[in-house]
Design a protein around this ligand. Structure first.
Ligand code: DP6
Length: 420
């Protein structure tokens, strides 16, 4: 280690979140987090949804500490401990010549870490914050500790923090291969195509207002595996075929096949939740209304324009085949779900605002003037649900983890190693 005892070495990384289009639901090993089926996801653009994490090491630190969105949290949970242990065991020698720091492989066992993590979206919105969070923790620690393994190997560590986190180690479309080994070494994520492969896609997320406390994914999927007779059929018979078809649809950019598979798989995931005893309801009336709106429109067009998918909560993730369709989709969504009177349109539609421009909407007056979509014929006035959507996020498929090298982007003070 360095002669001079006082130093702090740190690394900052940014990692995206992801949304599954073929869902992971059910574990065959709870502590290693091994799934009962493969899953496929699309990574979301980190400019709109991501986690930033700074990890620091110093001989002055007395114990491992972590701050999430500025608040200190405990690292004693098994999932954090598993990730820290696995990463430490793969650490290598590190040398920073400029700072005169030398850390030998064996030193890492005795050095303590400070970790600060920040989500650029509300954690409470139910937008897979644990996926981006664990992926970023593992990725940034791997860089700090000079772990030589590639992202697929790192994905097997992030998986032990939260299953869906393993898919956030890559951009574009990603497959989590369930694997066969009992030790989980072959349960890893691989990239199917990068984010440039299908860059026409536009993703709109409706953050749906909900008063209900939802069942966590972890306990929900445990109850499903224990009680649902359908989930085994899904894992053994349905998903393996769908995964092959989905890979093909993604590789050939076949939107109708992609949309059909995405919607069916989301619906089947919610069906196995309903088949759980007691039943789990993640979607609410607003979610169902969004499904009907998309289904009606897709049917009237003769071929799917938009795919929908819902995770363990009521938020809708809508994938439009291109920008033109995204603008038409936003018009429809704003017709049915206008903001509360007096709301600020700028905070009602966040992310890539150019979709709003394409939709020809500049202010609330434009929203009020939207005509009913031609495919809805009856009961037009009763189909407006002001306030049922909290806000919309416009985004697109995005890249995988990156290092942030500017010191100004770090969340920890480079001298003290404490949050800035
Ligand atoms: C519905 O990865 O949150 O989002 O592995 O227990 O942490 P744990 O669960 P988690 O489950 C995600 C479930 C899902 C579907 C998916 O992302 O594939």
């Amino acid at each position: 280690m360095a002669e001079n005892k006082s130093w702090v070495l740190m690394v900052t990384a940014q990692t995206p979140t992801n949304i599954a289009v073929i869902k992971y639901w059910g574990k065959r090993d709870e502590s290693l987090i091994l799934p009962i089926n493969d899953s496929i996801s699309v990574t979301l653009d980190p400019s709109h949804l991501c986690t930033t994490t700074t990890v620091a090491v110093s001989p002055d630190f007395t114990h491992d500490r972590m701050w999430l969105n500025g608040k200190e949290i405990s690292l004693s949970g098994g999932r954090y401990q598993n990730c820290l242990r696995e990463i430490r065991s793969r650490a290598s020698d590190v040398e920073d010549e400029k700072k005169g720091i030398k850390i030998a492989k064996r030193d890492w066992e005795n050095l303590h870490l400070h970790i600060a993590s920040y989500n650029n979206f509300p954690t409470a919105a139910g937008l897979a914050s644990s996926a981006a969070g664990f992926a970023c923790l593992v990725y940034s620690l791997a860089k700090l500790m000079n772990v030589k393994e590639d992202n697929s190997h790192l994905s097997a560590i992030a998986r032990q923090g939260s299953g869906s986190a393993c898919r956030s180690l890559y951009g574009g479309f990603v497959k989590w291969i369930m694997g066969k080994d009992d030790n989980g070494n072959d349960s890893i994520a691989v990239q199917l195509v990068d984010e440039k492969h299908w860059d026409e896609l536009v993703i709109l997320i409706a953050v749906v207002s909900s008063r209900q406390k939802e069942t966590s994914s972890t306990s929900g999927m445990r109850e499903t595996v224990e009680t649902s007779p359908l989930v085994l059929h899904r894992a053994k018979e349905v998903v393996p075929k769908r995964v092959v078809e989905m890979e093909e649809a993604v590789k050939s950019r076949n939107f109708p096949a992609f949309a059909r598979l995405t919607c069916s798989d989301s619906n089947q995931f919610h069906a196995v939740c309903l088949d759980t005893s007691p039943p789990i309801f993640y979607m609410n009336d607003t979610s169902h209304r969004i499904i009907s709106c998309v289904e009606k429109w897709n049917r009237s067009e003769g071929t799917p324009q938009v795919a929908y998918t819902f995770d363990a909560g009521p938020n809708a993730v809508l994938i439009a085949r291109n920008r033109k369709v995204a603008a038409l989709l936003l018009q429809r969504l704003l017709f049915h779900f206008p903001p509360q009177s007096g709301a600020d349109l700028n905070s009602y539609i966040v992310g890539d605002k150019s979709v709003l421009m394409d939709a020809g909407i500049q202010d609330l007056k434009d929203v009020e003037a939207l005509p009913p979509p031609p495919e809805i014929k009856d009961n037009v006035p009763t189909q407006k649900f002001k306030g049922d959507v909290s806000y919309f996020i416009c985004t697109r498929p995005g890249r995988g983890p990156v290092l942030l090298t500017e010191e100004s982007q770090a969340l920890l003070n480079p001298e003290t190693g404490l949050p800035k």
